[in-house]
Ligand binder design. Structure first.
Ligand SMILES: [Zn+2]
Length: 342
């Protein structure tokens, strides 16, 4: 696979460029918002702010590709993202998958292969069908926009029976389509380990996985273990200082780079322009550095001060995204030849 699905069609690996691998445009909850009017959901204002920021990311900061990991459970709404990003000069990769720490909605229970309705229908798990169709034929209510990555979660409850189902659907969809799997973990449970164990036991190639939110951890042994096992790690929450301050995040990353791990790390913010869960006013007051420019404006200069080279930065921001998104060794070599030459 040397092309990647984006909002506006497949692009060649050579067009991926500098990439933020774990971001959001908006995290919403349509049911809640139909019943609890959120005073801060002002679409025109949010669109304007988002367009300005995304455009500046490309024009001023040289970011070429933005991976939006907003899936079901986080209010994925691709028609709205399409409208919002109209004319924005960035590639946006969208995701399929399911975000839940514990349970799936009742629909997925009644439609499980052995569920009340599902057993009358036959065929594969509806989750698997959804993931595969999102990647191969297109996301509903769009003109064939295809997902380029699968996102799944483990949090405080571990891999519950519903999550095991999501994982199975993700593993099958990956086997069928070749797109990568990117995860959410909870630092207090170091559950990248559980994810790798599950992946290994179920035939998922760890090289095709990104263990997300690894940057919330400062435990070098844990982080090296995840990478030595073959996964990429996402140092993907720069600016989210209510979980861990950025200085510690940068220090941890610099140490791993010094130890030769540049080829296994991706960087990002996990930021967004509107979230019903942590609305803009709360973020502005309590976590002002959590925005999509934080890496360009603060993290990269800090890394350089610690002796990190331009090659290491290009490896994380350009070469690794090509490897993760395409799984194509030749395309990765070509990207490396282009950006790593001294
Ligand atoms: Zn996220």
């Amino acid at each position: 696979m040397s092309t990647v699905n984006t909002l506006r069609g497949p692009i060649d690996a050579s067009q991926i460029g500098a990439t933020l691998m774990h971001e959001h445009i908006m995290a919403r909850n349509p049911e809640l918002e139909q019943n609890i009017e959120h005073p801060e959901y002002d679409e025109a204002a949010i669109f304007e702010r988002a367009r300005k920021s995304l455009t500046s990311l490309h024009v001023d900061k040289g970011i070429d590709t933005f991976v939006d990991l907003t899936v079901l459970g986080l209010g994925r709404d691709i028609p709205t993202v399409l409208r919002l990003t109209e004319g924005v000069p960035l590639n946006v990769v969208v995701a399929t998958g399911y975000y839940t720490a514990k349970d799936l909605p009742t629909y997925f229970h009644t439609h499980a292969p052995d569920g009340l309705v599902g057993k009358t229908l036959g065929g594969p798990d509806v989750l698997e069908t959804m993931f595969v169709e999102d990647i191969t034929t297109g996301i509903p209510r769009t003109d064939g926009v295809k997902a380029g990555i699968i996102k799944i979660v483990t949090d405080e409850h571990g891999i519950t029976s519903d999550l095991d189902r999501v994982y199975r659907a993700a593993a099958r969809a990956q086997a069928e389509t070749g797109v990568p799997i990117s995860t959410h973990t909870n630092v207090h449970h170091a559950n990248g380990r559980d994810q790798q164990k599950w992946f290994k036991a179920n035939g998922v190639d760890l090289e095709r996985t990104v263990i997300g939110h690894s940057g919330d951890s400062t435990d070098l042994d844990y982080l090296r273990e995840l990478m030595d096992n073959g996964s990429f790690i996402g140092m993907d929450r720069f600016g989210m200082e209510f979980v861990l301050d950025d200085e510690s995040r940068v220090d941890t990353l610099a140490k791993l780079l010094e130890q030769g791990y540049a080829e296994k790390i991706t960087i990002s913010h996990d930021a967004g322009f509107f979230s019903i869960n942590t609305p803009p006013s709360w973020r502005a007051e309590h976590t002002p550095n959590w925005h999509h420019h934080r890496i360009s404006d603060y993290v990269l200069p800090e890394l350089r001060k610690r002796g990190v080279t331009e090659q290491q930065i290009a490896q994380m921001m350009v070469v690794n995204p090509v490897q993760v998104l395409t799984g194509d060794a030749e395309a990765t070599k070509a990207a490396a030849a282009k950006v790593l030459s001294p």
